[in-house]
Design a protein around this ligand. Structure first.
Ligand code: TXA
Ligand code: MG
Length: 339
């Protein structure tokens, strides 16, 4: 299949909208990561997404809307808490899991009786949804298991020849995927941490949100059963082996240096990504840094852990998955070195 690279013009957005309307696949930028979009109500079109990504069919899609009216096509009703959260955070990087309407195809929701919906704020995403005139199902536009794409070139790397078109927008400003919150019960449950944090949510609703326990668990451990099916699959894996170093701030530089030397002496190429305490930068750059170092054929990537609060917690959730949940203790490395 030939994949069209579409520059952002009015005509091309109309063309992309038409491709979606007629059952094709279009990758497009959002404020979080690039999405791979199809008509959410068209089983055959959504089936093509699973195929293009190599995605397990029980992993449901997020449906993207541009106007509140479109929500009526997807869900029966929602709680007062859901309404407050939508009013405050939409359009934006947060997805709500709601009771689904039977008209939403089972393939779109992986047979669940709920549906995940997001109203993105990105201008190109909104124009595409409006041009198609229908809700767009869109997972991240990467091959299943690889880091989410935050640049058009990342999408092309994974999807060239597999989809109809890519809207060639710029770099996604947030850089990690949306927060996913289940609002079907009284207490909001965060299934996937993201740019909008628990702290942000707790400020605006009376009932405190909780994290689904799977957010803290390693999927490889027995008994792991996430409410969000996608959380159980291998994720965000660079080709290189990612090592996360955690410890006192003043010990990190030295530890990274020691580890770099150790791996280099083993004949391995080592790349370093370091964000200090800049969580925004870590979110924006983490996936694209993994892809960049993979293009440079690094064997090992070393990075430092973020403080597990707010956005730092959300990015650490991705870092841990990418590293297979192993963390190196800086103080241990320094002690070993001294002894
Ligand atoms: O920022 C984002 O959310 C991006 C952009 C393109 O919008 N999309 C994205 O989609 O990250 P994806 O498919 O890579 O991740 C969707 C997550 C998966 O973990 C999936 O299991 C979960 O949302 N999900 C979807 N529908 C669900 C549902 N009904 N109940 C629970 N989890 C659901
Ligand atoms: Mg994804």
């Amino acid at each position: 299949m030939k994949t069209l690279k579409l520059d952002i013009t009015k005509k091309n957005i109309e063309l992309a909208g038409n491709i979606v309307k007629t059952g094709g696949l279009v990758a497009f930028p959002t404020e979080t990561v690039y999405g791979l979009g199809a008509n959410a109500m068209d089983e055959v079109a959504v089936g093509k997404i699973y195929k293009a990504k190599g995605r397990p069919s029980d992993n449901p899609m997020i449906i993207h809307i541009a106007k509140m009216e479109q929500l009526q096509l997807l869900c029966e009703s929602f709680s007062e808490t859901a309404k407050i959260l939508m009013d405050i955070f939409w359009p934006g990087p947060i997805t709500f899991v709601l009771k689904k309407k039977s008209s939403v195809p089972d393939i779109t929701t992986g047979l669940l009786d709920t549906v995940a919906v997001r109203m993105p704020s990105d201008e190109i995403a909104v124009k595409l949804i409006n041009s198609a005139g229908l809700p767009i199902a869109a997972p991240s536009a990467n091959l299943s298991g690889s880091p989410s794409p935050t640049k058009a070139e990342d999408v092309l790397e994974d999807m060239m020849g597999r989809i109809d078109a890519v809207l060639m927008g710029g770099t996604c400003p947030v850089g990690i995927e949306s927060t996913v919150v289940d609002v079907t019960k009284e207490v909001p449950v965060i299934l996937r941490p993201g740019y909008i944090t628990k702290e942000d949510i707790d400020k605006v609703v009376n009932i405190k949100a909780v994290f689904d326990e799977s957010v803290f668990q390693n999927p490889k451990e027995p008994g792991f059963k996430p409410k969000s099916p996608g959380m159980k699959y291998k994720h965000y894996s660079p080709k290189a082996d990612l090592k996360i170093v955690r410890g006192q701030d003043e010990n990190l530089d030295k530890t990274i240096e020691i580890l770099k030397e150790k791996y280099s002496n083993q004949g391995k190429s080592v790349g370093i990504i370091y964000y200090g305490d800049d969580n925004e930068k870590a979110a924006r750059n983490f996936f694209s840094d993994l892809r960049k170092l993979d293009r440079e054929n690094m064997d090992i990537i070393i990075t430092s852990a973020l403080k597990p609060k707010g956005l730092g917690f959300s990015v650490m959730n991705r870092m841990l998955k990418s590293a297979g949940y192993e963390v190196i203790d800086a103080e241990e490395v320094l002690n070993d070195c001294d002894s």
